[in-house]
Design a protein around this ligand. Structure first.
Ligand code: HEC
Length: 202
């Protein structure tokens, strides 16, 4: 999962904004040929910090054990903790989290705003109009959220792919720790979810 997060970040150079009326646009900062809203920049910065922490740990465990068994144990016990720990280093009120329409960990369930964005992205993928870009959403409670989409890559299918092809040891860990797991049977290119930075308005 961590690799993908970083890949999303790398792609922010091709940043663009959704034309959906619900998604607010702010055009202020120019980098290269692209105009980036300061809040998107800030949010992507937080997401990048969390992504780096997750990625370096994931890589370490994947290298130590290519089957992914060690990595799944790491994800199961540490992914949420790492995300929460990183959030503590951000300004007060900033929160970074991951969510999906099909969650593995029920604590990662989307709220109504998350669902709106996830459905919007899924529709874009279905209609082949999807572009990898952060989205901005202003909430009524004085916070703004920046969403970065996470697509399924080959490495993700080790733990989120066809259940019949997942290493039985990995399956065992997943089934024991997440009896209500829905995050399986994804194919490369599917939307796995989003990573979100929630920022209080200044
Ligand atoms: C080694 C196994 C493994 C791999 C590989 C893996 N994941 Fe996961 N993933 C997990 C586990 C375990 C969880 C549950 C973590 C938790 O309890 O918060 C999870 C949770 C997630 C979540 C949070 C939402 C949810 O379902 O609870 C997202 C988003 C996610 N993974 C995306 C990805 C993406 C994208 C990739 C590929 C780049 C990937 N994962 C690769 C094991 C893995």
């Amino acid at each position: 999962m961590k690799r993908n997060i970083l890949i999303s970040i790398a792609l922010t150079t091709s940043i663009a904004f959704a034309s959906d009326a619900n998604l607010t646009k702010e055009h202020n900062v120019t980098e290269g040929n692209v105009t980036i809203s300061p809040i998107v920049k800030e949010g992507v910065g937080y997401i990048k910090t969390v992504g780096k922490m997750l990625k370096s740990n994931m890589k370490k465990h994947m290298l130590a054990d290519k089957s992914g068994v060690q990595a799944v144990a790491f994800c199961a016990s540490q992914a949420s903790e790492i995300t929460k720990e990183a959030s503590k280093t951000f300004p007060k009120g900033v929160r970074v989290y991951r969510t999906s329409t099909k969650v593995r960990n029920p604590n990662n369930k989307p709220d109504a705003t998350d669902l709106e964005i996830l459905n919007f992205l899924e529709k874009e993928i279905e209609e082949k109009s999807f572009k990898k870009k952060p989205l901005l959403k202003k909430l009524e409670n004085n916070t703004t959220r920046v969403y970065v989409p996470l697509l399924i890559e080959k490495v993700c299918t080790k733990c989120h792919g066809d259940t019949h092809k997942i290493n039985p040891e990995i399956n065992k860990i997943i089934n024991t720790q997440y009896p209500k797991d829905k995050a399986i049977n994804y194919k490369e290119g599917d939307l796995r979810g989003v990573i979100v930075a929630e920022i209080p308005n200044k």
